[in-house]
Design a protein around this ligand. Structure first.
Ligand SMILES: [Zn+2]
Length: 808
């Protein structure tokens, strides 16, 4: 019997968070399948009886997927959220992850592994009905899904406990004896094709596909992974190839028990779970063949092809630059995480960072990394160390100087290499603290992650491997940093301005592009960078790291519902002390309501600019808080500004002060204001290209008497960009006419909550806004009858469409 356990060290001890009261058991079945059982049964809780209803009937209503996000939550949505969270508490889930994926595609059938993943779901000998599992689960309020990656294929579902084992049996039978019904072939090819079609408008997927052109001949990274109707139907047909006949062989070679990991989450005892899992999954066949592996396919991207400047014509109006290196695989280095630590520095947004300097020059408004441990970018053949810079049009025209700044920063890191030890220790402490207080997530999401983790991490690290920094490996970090030179670097530029240069077309996504060598002058500039005093290591993050504590639970009665703590002419504040989760965390929700935000089209547009400016400025000011896992968001609504922050409760007041200070003391320059206007104009344009956003906008226009669409805002943003004074006057007017509604909850005392109300009020002007001047959300009553409204997509080459229905 072959068992695939190259990376697995058996230890019987799984490191789990002290905040995690679930019980875990790692087992191996005789057929080689490994399973992690997760019992969420609490002390004193009894096991839910299984529902014994016949399979045909079902009492539960299907829970619909909400396709769109609403500006403001309706009461129904709030009720639904409560219902969902109650459902989450009762939910059981399972995920099965197979250690093979698209890398195993036959050379002549791109997308075949993905297609197989679809076909497996089409009935089994024991449950022959097509979509049997899907029907069983969705009519009982559960979910099921699957995905195929380069070296993993994962299937998962979640449903209420009382239906769980019956669903699990249906699920397992896909891997015991699938039927592969021939009449499902066409439909599933269409399903794969529509997933491909959805990717067609995504500029990141399009540009990524170009990298497969840079891989060595015959290397698995050269493949088109996802597949489409062309590769799965038309081309095979032309060559007289019957793909249906290949399904069974392919399945037998790849879907074998010893390549499988299973995570099962249930409100049941571990013993009972073990019995069920053994009963159900022991029949999954083992083909006694070693798992197809690709770790001998090293260095897919030789410098000669990777070291290029790729210019791409994007679908959206963006100015983007990717800077990347094709590094060795890092899967086995998860305990030291050398690339994660370099990524945390390069994508830092605080003072001294690359982004901070680029913003000062109004050359960029965002910089983000791409760290993960799976997929196209991270697999056993390579790691794609990539960061993406969101440039302004001016930054785009200076992209060579932007690159110089990137290499100046890398030089600074090399020259101050000893400071990396302290930074690593800081990241380690933050990750450890977060893990110590980690809260439960949705069981479905949890099993999906755990089943995948079981392929990467040792048994004891299966819950910690992805997030924790275990030990610093100076040599390893240095070797990666030394690799990040101009000679190994790839630069990919995306902008509409590149259209004329992009004369080539990629085969599958039809991406227009061209490739150039780095010219000598640019290389010389990058190789000879000097110290730039504006770039430096992040300041130590002591400010937001500290010992978390929980206020001793007051034995007096804590109400189950929020109480109105304060109400006057300026503020209405609700408060709820947490007495359930008992973690040192808190949540502050502030709604700054103003009658001016939506009064006119210009106001609504200026309000968008205000929100975007604030977000940009606050990202830098509060980045150390965000690094320490405190979180905040600022959103604009018709009624005003919504600020949400959450994280460790003892540090939230500092974040609250910093955010409120910036909201009321906006510090910006006219040049940066104009750059934000330009970015916003692009974003209005890109939003209107998306069919779901367009549909949403039309729906609001039908329903709401006052509604300014992106298209309308797009038309006025240029003229506003020329009038900085007008904008600053608008901001003053907003700040002077406010009513605050707030909710404070979590690990806060009543005195804490009162003091937060004081922080919020301290910035207010003292002008009372009469209630009748507040913006009221009004809806039109749709007359009873049937109507339809049809709107063509603005992107005529986009094959996707969106449908929304309203019922009164
Ligand atoms: Zn799919």
């Amino acid at each position: 019997m072959t068992v695939d356990n190259k990376r697995i060290r058996m230890s019987n001890v799984i490191i789990q968070s002290e905040n995690d009261d679930r019980k875990y058991r790692y087992i191996s079945l005789d057929n080689g399948l490994r399973a992690l059982l997760i019992s969420d049964l609490k002390e004193g809780e009894s096991v839910v009886d299984e529902d014994v209803e016949s399979d045909e009937e079902s009492e539960e209503e299907e829970v619909e997927d909400h396709g769109m996000e609403m500006d403001d939550q309706s009461d129904e949505e709030v009720d639904e959220n409560i219902a969902n969270s109650q459902q989450m508490e009762r939910k059981s889930a399972a995920a099965l992850c197979i250690g093979v994926g698209s890398f195993c595609n036959p050379d002549n059938i791109p997308g075949f592994a993905h297609f197989l993943e679809h076909m497996v779901f089409m009935g089994s000998s024991k449950y022959p009905g097509e979509n049997e599992l899907d029907d069983f689960i969705s009519t009982r309020g559960g979910d099921t899904n699957a995905w195929t990656d380069t070296e993993k294929t994962c299937f998962y579902f979640g449903v209420e406990q009382k239906y769980f084992y019956r669903a699990l049996d249906r699920f397992a039978n896909f891997f015991i004896s699938p039927l592969f019904k021939e009449d499902a072939v066409d439909r599933e090819i269409e399903a794969v094709d529509s997933e491909f079609q959805m990717n067609l408008t995504d500029d990141n997927s399009r540009a990524s596909q170009l990298f497969s052109l840079l891989a060595r001949e015959n290397h698995v990274m050269r493949m088109f992974m996802i597949g489409n109707a062309e590769t799965l139907r038309e081309t095979p047909k032309k060559h007289g190839l019957n793909i249906y006949s290949k399904l069974k062989d392919f399945y037998q070679r790849l879907y074998s028990a010893q390549y499988m990991t299973l995570a099962v989450y249930s409100k049941d005892t571990l013993d009972r779970m073990e019995t069920h899992v053994k009963d159900i999954f022991s029949s999954v066949p083992n083909n006694n063949l070693p798992r197809p592996v690709f770790d001998s396919h090293k260095e897919p991207f030789p410098d000669i092809s990777f070291h290029k400047i790729i210019k791409v014509l994007p679908v959206n109006n963006v100015h983007k630059m990717w800077v990347s290196w094709a590094c060795p695989p890092v899967g086995d280095l998860y305990r030291t995480k050398p690339l994660d630590i370099l990524d945390a520095l390069i994508t830092h947004e605080g003072k001294g960072s690359i982004l901070s300097l680029l913003k000062k020059k109004t050359w960029a408004v965002g910089l983000e990394g791409n760290m993960s441990y799976d997929g196209f970018d991270f697999n056993s053949t390579w790691s794609w160390f990539l960061f993406s810079i969101k440039l302004t049009p001016e930054g785009f025209s200076h992209y060579r100087e932007v690159l110089v700044i990137v290499f100046e920063y890398l030089r600074m890191l090399r020259e101050n290499f000893e400071s990396l030890t302290a930074f690593y220790e800081e990241q380690k402490l933050i990750a450890k603290t977060n893990f110590r207080w980690r809260e439960k997530i949705d069981p479905l999401e949890y099993v999906e992650k755990v089943a995948e983790n079981m392929h990467f991490f040792s048994e004891e690290d299966v819950l910690t491997g992805r997030s924790q920094f275990y030990q610093y490996d100076e040599k390893m970090v240095k070797s990666f940093l030394d690799f990040m030179t101009p000679e190994h670097c790839n630069v990919t530029l995306m902008a509409k301005e590149l259209e004329e240069l992009c004369t080539l077309e990629e085969k599958y996504y039809k991406v227009k592009y061209c490739m150039e060598d780095f010219d000598e002058k640019l290389m010389l500039n990058l190789q000879s960078v000097q110290n730039n005093l504006e770039l430096h290591f992040p300041e130590p993050n002591q400010h937001y790291i500290g010992k978390a504590l929980i206020y001793l639970q007051n034995r007096v009665f804590v109400p189950n519902y929020p109480v109105l703590l304060k109400e006057d002419a300026f503020i209405k504040m609700w408060y709820k002390k947490d007495n359930k989760f008992c973690v040192p965390k808190g949540y502050i929700h502030i709604h700054l309501m103003s009658p001016v935000t939506y009064k006119t089209l210009e106001n609504a547009t200026m309000f968008d600019i205000y929100i975007n400016l604030l977000t940009q400025i606050l990202n830098e000011v509060t980045y150390s808080a965000v690094m320490a896992d405190l979180d905040f968001s600022i959103d604009g609504h018709k009624t005003g500004m919504e600020i949400i922050m959450d994280g460790f409760s003892h540090k939230l007041p500092e974040l609250l002060k910093a955010v409120m200070h910036e909201v009321f003391n906006l510090t910006t320059t006219e040049k940066f204001y104009q750059a934000i206007c330009t970015e916003l104009k692009k974003s209005y344009h890109n939003t209107m290209l998306k069919t779901d956003e367009l549909c949403r906008s039309v729906r609001f226009a039908v329903l709401e008497p006052v509604q300014w669409t992106c298209a309308e805002k797009y038309l006025v943003v240029d003229s506003l960009s020329e009038d900085f004074v007008k904008f600053m006057n608008f901001v003053k007017e907003f700040q002077s006419k406010l009513f605050i509604e707030a909710f404070v909850t979590g690990n806060f005392t009543l005195e804490d909550a009162v003091s937060y109300a004081d922080i919020m009020k301290s910035h207010m002007s003292g002008e009372v806004v009469p209630h009748d001047q507040q913006f009221k959300l009004l809806l039109r009553e749709v007359p009873k009858s049937s109507y339809y409204c049809q709107q063509y997509s603005h992107n005529l080459s986009d094959a996707n469409s969106t449908l929304t229905t309203l019922q009164s």
